[in-house]
Each structure stands twice: as structure tokens, then as C-alpha cells.
Design a protein around this ligand. Sequence first.
Ligand code: UDP
Ligand code: MG
Length: 312
Amino acid sequence: MSLLTVVVPCYNEEEAIPFFYEEMLKTIEVFNKDFPSVEFEMLFIDDGSKDKTLKVLREYNEKDKRVRYVSFSRNFGKEAGIYAGLDNAKGDYVVIMDADLQDPPSLLPEMFKAVTEEGFDSAATRRVTRKGEPVIRSFFARMFYKLMARISKTEIVDGARDYRIMTRQMVNAILSMGEYNRFTKGIYGWVGFETKWFEYENVERVAGETKWSFWKLFMYSIEGVIGFSTAPLVISSFFGILCMLLAFVMIVFIIIRKLIYGDPTSGWPSLVCIIMLIGGMQLSCIGIVGEYLAKTYLETKHRPIYIAKEIR
Ligand code: UDP
Ligand code: MG
């Protein structure tokens, strides 16, 4: 017998959970035809929901002993939800799935086969289309992945979902990365292991609405850059040096011109422009350094990644 844990991060998903649960029951039935010796555990993470998510989870937990849940004391974000799920999962294999059925459960048997019979440590999914998503969002998402491919040594796959099945060994590897500023897409790449990729077309959520505003996604992408690349620091030093060289050349030019032609140095507007330019550059570079410092500061506090209020 082996146990498969399905981790489901939920934030205000009272409408989606019933659909999810019904779909899971069907999936388990189909699944057990191929793999009769696999038992299921559904582990819902209530990420400090403000609607009746917790109440719904309590009900399912009462009537189905395969349903467990962890309820946070407040909203800690999906990253914390995933961590808590992996942390509390008892399974030999763990799969992470969204509550909104955007991660098609029909792929599960294939993914399971990859980690049990084909010798992979993990099977993950990526969307090949972004249908139904705002155009600007897709554009920035694409840019982000292109940028990361250039500036980070860690492999971060374009369109990768959090929908992924992993062996116990890989789960433990991820849990050993106890950083507070979590960017799971990078963490998967960092821990390594063999991953089989499944591709599928984007599916729209079954009920409720997306929890990610453009701003939230933007901040999340900064998390990714700062967490998995130090290139911005190098770039800012590079700019600094470039400006210094340029200034040096200009000084020499002005001195020589003065000696030869005796021109008074004219034009304070150009001077103001240069001061503005250099000042702006300095501030933005300090900002970049500050960003890393802030993350370091938060890490050194060793705050817990999540606080559970109720575990059943
Ligand atoms: N989620 C979460 N905490 C949050 C935001 C989202 O646990 O702070 C969960 C959410 O309930 C869902 C999953 O993460 O199961 C993905 O969120 P969503 O569907 O809103 O994102 P999208 O699919 O639009 O990227
Ligand atoms: Mg979704």
C-alpha cells in the first residue's frame, strides 16, 4: 500500500471546494482502477480565508476521513500554504493542486506513473497557452521568464504551474529549504532531481475569482529575482563604474579645452541634468542593495513560515 497526499492551498474558496471534492472522488475512482494499492489523503490548507472555507472543510473532514486540513491564523500567502502542505503531508507521494480545478485531475494517473514506474522524482505541468488571461499580464509573465533565464543559474520553467507530484525524497529536500522568502518555482529548480513535464492548455477556474492582482504578481516576481539571482547587484555596480569612467573622460576633456581655448565652463542646465542622472542612478542602485538587505533582514529573524490555528 502507498499513500498519495493531495495538497490543496485554499484562500476564499468556499465555492470551488465542493466542485473540487466531487471531481477528486471521480478521479480517485478512475485512479484506483489502474493503481488499486494507492490510498488517498486530501490535505486542504485554509490560508486565513475570510469566507466560509473553514466551515466547508470542517464538514468534509467530519464525513470523509481522507480529508484533513490545516487552518492558518491569518493569510500567509500561497507559498506558505504549499510549505505547510508538504510539512503536514503523510504520503509517500505528494501532489499539489489548486482548489479551482485549473489543474486538471485527469492528468494525475499519468503523472503518478512517471514517478512510480518511469523512475522520475517528480512530474510537473506547464501551461502552453495563457488563454483567458489579460494580455498585459501574459506579456509581463513572458518577460519575467525570459529575464530569469538570463540572470539566474536556477532553472525556472516558463508557464510552470504549481501542479506537481513529488516523491517523499524530493518533498524532504524542499522542506529542508526553510527560507522565509519563498519562491517555490525557483526552489524546485534549485533542489534538482529528474522532472517529467506535462503540457496542457489553460483551463479557466471553475468558481470564484483569481486571488492574484497584477501588483501581487509583480511583487512575487521581484521575490523570484531577488531570491534566485544576484545579477541586479552586478548590474548596478557595472552602471556605477560606467558613470565613473564617463565622468573621468569628461573632466579630462573640460580641463584640456580650458587650457587650449581658455573657455569659461558654461551651461549649468547640462550640469543639472547630469546631477539628476547620477543622483537617480545612485538612488536606484541603493534601492537594489536595499532590496537584498531587506530580504536578508527578514531571513535573519527566523520567523515561522506559517502559523496553524487548527489542524485536523
Ligand atoms: N491561494 C492561497 N493563498 C493566497 C492566494 C491564493 O492559498 O494568498 C490559493 C488559491 O485558493 C488557489 C491557488 O492558490 O487554490 C491559486 O490561486 P488562484 O487560482 O487565485 O491563482 P491563478 O490560478 O489565477 O494564478
Ligand atoms: Mg487558479
